[in-house]
Design a protein around this ligand. Sequence first.
Ligand SMILES: O=C(O)CCC(=O)C(=O)O
Ligand SMILES: [Fe+2]
Length: 461
Amino acid sequence: MAGGRGRGRGDGRNPATSSSSSSSRQRKARGSRDFGPETERSLEPQKEGPSSSSPSVSSKKPQMVTPVLPKSLDSPVQPRKPLNSPLMMAKQVHPPKSQYPLVQTVASIQISKPLNSSSASCGSGTVGSLDSPVQPWKSLDSPLMMAEQVQPPKSQDSLVQMVASMQLSKPLDSSSASTGSGAVGSDLGAAPFDICMGNSKGIFKLNRPLHEINKEKRLRERELSNSAAPPQRLRPGMVLLKNFLKLDDQVEIIKLCRELGVGTGGFYQPGYREGGKLSLRMMCLGKNWDPDSRSYGDIRPFDGAQPPQMPQELTKFVEEAIKASHDFLKQRGKGATEPSVELPQMSPDICIVNFYTTGGKLGLHQDKDEDESSLEKRLPVVSFSLGDTAEFLYGDDRDVDKASKIKLESGDVLIFGGQSRLIFHGVSGIMPKSAPLMVTDKANLRPGRLNLTFRQHKYEP
Ligand SMILES: O=C(O)CCC(=O)C(=O)O
Ligand SMILES: [Fe+2]
């Protein structure tokens, strides 16, 4: 794994603010798809919250306990759904002996609270699970920008308190009645997160008022007229293909991700053993990428699920995008670098699918956990944006102020390889209600943004 090769960033991390254990620190120093000092700082204890005085869980690992639960916690087990995998079912009840003592302990308590409210509005970025206040998104400067703070327990006693507060607190995710996630940390036992609202086939759609339909028509016209936007070479090895994915293709991709996302190995909200959580939902295809160890593997450590295979339909879109960027780079003429040198050809075998609700974001980081053979060849990352528009940052350092900003809209494909393969990049915010109506309407995508980043894990000549 790239992450283990000493490609440490050796920067930005302020040990004074860290609450991680030394082993965790070593892992992070090697970090690769490393979400930056924001993550680290975010693990500082918060003032608010039920166990704000508690030190890091990683400095004193809690043991497995079977606490006596308060009455309110004593409700029946709600297994993760769908329960099509006996393995998953078993893992729910007896989670694997993993590196997550906190997860194991929490899982052993069998959380069974309803995970979400019935509101249809999307408001991720909440810490919900531990009743700490919503962290408003401000900017990438915010120490809490990246991971949402969940206070680690001090001891077994405070762990019980923590679980109790999870039970009693506000819903984990206010975005939907059917939403939940099998997360590392606090929402084990939940139904998988559904990126689409209600019935994704649109069978139960309500009749909409005329003014809404007209607005949609206008927007649709604008969407179609926008589709002529030319590709851009943002820097060597970095190409933005504006509106590359046709609206129908976007709908197809969303539906495909939705299907995969509600099944085994589907969307979950990643977290760290220290308690921080990424403010997005994630699903991996082909291989699992584990945010905690920052490495790829065949199964997800927290529930033993195997990630879905990479669908051929998606591979096809990626190959078309690379071809389009080569065609575009060819126009630069004779003296220019050969397009396939500037942006090496790749055949994706892994993909990280992120769903950002409107409060979602992702700190500046580099993608460098892929196999050395792939990184050495600088095989590109190909990123699809669908749904709401993102403000995307990129630059040479993990420095928000120096980063360039672009908007990634639904249908855009961003490719960074060659000289740009290891750029720092991140998402500073999602623009609410910016998705093409046709896409949200046909796919029933919930408010937010779906992003797929394709990579080739291993280069085999
Ligand atoms: O959402 C995006 O545009 C970027 C995602 C990303 O950087 C990643 O998954 O590594
Ligand atoms: Fe990335």
